[in-house]
Design a protein around this ligand. Structure first.
Ligand SMILES: NC(=O)C1=CN([C@@H]2O[C@H](COP(=O)(O)OP(=O)(O)OC[C@H]3O[C@@H](n4cnc5c(N)ncnc54)[C@H](O)[C@@H]3O)[C@@H](O)[C@H]2O)C=CC1
Ligand SMILES: O=C(O)[C@@H]1CCC=N1
Length: 478
């Protein structure tokens, strides 16, 4: 375009020149519109730092106790202050950004303890200070709070969505903090999944299936320290996979029915085609106290509910393999009998498995393509990266280790910076430099279309598995 503007192209007619200029201006306008639309959704570091500064000034540290009523007030003031500084964000956007930063902070913090990451991601210092302030404040102010059992809570008496909070409500909530008899009521009516309440330490968790997914989730659940290993059990027909569970201190059995009878929450972690057989084995032992969570790809809530007693509490969860290192991406949906608090309990138990979100069931198959299977797409890419380096003469072991670190670093920066991948990609590209040449080759290879098709195809396959595992009308009538 610069060449066109300087009219250095020879033999071009004036009308052609002006047509090209018009095309250039149009492209530029589209690009600017796209960038401003992107800016609307993606936060830059300056804006994020300003938001954290405001939230810190507003003492968000004192509000990290899971009471949304009080938090809403705080986010309202933050929205005003940001507007005054020229940052036009809605309360929801600020709250969402804060939630993302908090999740990133927690998982960064967990990794600090387990794998001692040396890199200090962006915002970590500010987040660390806020969290430290919160811990100090909670220690000195919240000693009166009795343990909150998330289970067996009566149904909330107030609608759980955010309501406009009056000054009085905020004061009532704050006063109740020092009153044992009313604290429980506030938590029930206004749960905040971001700050999980204390767990019932008698909760017993079972895993049907002793494979990778069961192991990854079990590790995450135990990491929280809320559930002792003695309260966890796993069942499988063979002892082959029991070893690593036993190393965690988890009990083992060959009987799925016995496992269900001795557990409150049961994860069904067998291959999708075995789900019907397993559920028919356990259905007589499932009572209203149980929470059944299936991780089987494609198997729908309707199918699961159809194979279990009509009042069974069922959730469908799609995890991914990095749960094994507490860096999973998990999405769950609640069945018709599962209450908000059942979802809160699940979310709370899984918080050390990685990012945990709740969504409509239609998204579970998409998440399967994007993330459950998506992990394998990234591995394929990492393998190809390394092979490229081997082709150019680098020793294989070094190439694979650098490829793994490249994927890890790129992912961590993407998650922690909150930037759009296109923005980060452009930050790597020097005009006329190495990256743009490489990217051009990738586009010629159709990497973008192939990846989109991979997610689409995997999603479709999950849907197909769902149709295959659905009981037929005849079976339903039995
Ligand atoms: N591997 C992955 O990355 C992901 C898997 N999933 C889902 O998780 C589920 C489990 O997958 P993986 O852990 O990868 O499989 P896996 O093959 O590693 O484990 C399956 C386990 O089920 C046990 N099993 C077989 N028949 C059984 C029975 N009748 N009763 C009790 N246990 C039985 C096997 O002994 C094995 O321990 C599948 O439904 C899959 O769709 C979901 C997301 C990601
Ligand atoms: O390939 C599969 O079917 C499972 C589900 C998502 C990842 N692995």
């Amino acid at each position: 375009m610069c060449i066109i503007r300087s009219r250095s192209i020879r033999n071009i007619r004036t009308d052609q020149y002006y047509t090209l200029i018009a095309i250039y201006r149009n492209l530029k306008k589209t690009y600017q519109l796209k960038m401003s639309a992107m800016k609307k959704y993606f936060w830059d570091s300056e804006e994020t730092e300003y938001m954290l500064k405001v939230l810190r000034e507003l003492d968000i540290a004192k509000h990290l106790d899971g009471r949304k009523v009080r938090n809403l007030k705080l986010f309202k003031v933050a929205e005003k202050r940001m507007k005054q500084a020229g940052y036009h964000r809605s309360i929801d956007q600020i709250r969402h950004r804060w939630k993302v930063l908090k999740t990133s902070y927690y998982s960064w913090n967990n990794n600090q303890q387990t794998v001692k990451l040396t890199r200090f991601p962006q915002y970590a210092t500010t987040m660390q200070s806020i969290m430290d302030e919160s811990e100090t404040w909670n220690r000195s102010h919240d000693t009166n709070r009795g343990p909150v059992r998330i289970r067996n809570r009566p149904k909330p008496t107030v609608h759980e969505e955010d309501t406009e909070d009056s000054e009085e409500e905020v004061v009532t909530a704050a006063q109740s903090l020092h009153d044992n008899s009313t604290v429980d009521v506030i938590i029930k009516t206004d749960p905040d999944p971001e700050t999980p309440p204390e767990m019932d330490s008698n909760l017993r968790i079972g895993f049907i299936g002793a494979g990778n997914m069961a192991y990854g989730i079990a590790k995450g659940v135990l990491q929280s320290g809320d559930v002792p290993p003695t309260n966890v059990k796993v069942s499988a027909p063979s002892t082959r996979n029991f070893g690593r569970f036993q190393e965690l201190g988890v009990a083992v059995t060959h009987s799925n029915a016995e496992l269900v009878s001795s557990c409150d929450m049961v994860f069904v972690a067998v291959k999708p085609h075995l789900v019907a057989t397993v559920l028919s084995e356990i259905t007589d032992h499932v009572t209203r106290k149980h929470i059944i969570v299936s991780v089987a790809a494609g198997v729908t809530l309707a199918t699961l509910q159809g194979l279990l007693p009509f009042d069974a509490v069922v959730l469908r969860l799609m995890p991914n393999l990095p749960c094994l290192v507490q860096q999973g991406a998990l999405l769950f949906s609640r069945g018709t009998r599962a209450r908000q608090e059942d979802g809160d309990l699940l979310r709370s138990l899984l918080q050390h498995c990685g990012l945990v979100e709740e969504g409509p069931e239609a998204w579970i198959d998409i998440h399967t393509g994007l993330s459950g299977s998506g992990v394998a797409f990234v591995y394929l890419f990492a393998e190809a990266l390394a092979e490229g380096a081997v082709k150019m003469g680098m020793p294989s072991a070094l190439a694979h280790s650098i490829a793994a670190q490249t994927v890890l670093g790129a992912g961590q920066l993407l998650r922690d910076s909150g930037k759009h991948p296109a923005q980060l990609r452009s930050e790597v590209c020097t005009p006329g430099g190495t990256t743009i040449f490489g990217l051009h080759a990738m586009e010629q290879g159709g990497v973008r279309a192939a990846t989109m098709t991979a997610v689409e195809t995997a999603t479709e396959r999950a849907r197909e598995l769902g149709r295959k595992s659905a009981p037929t009308a005849t079976e339903n009538r039995k």
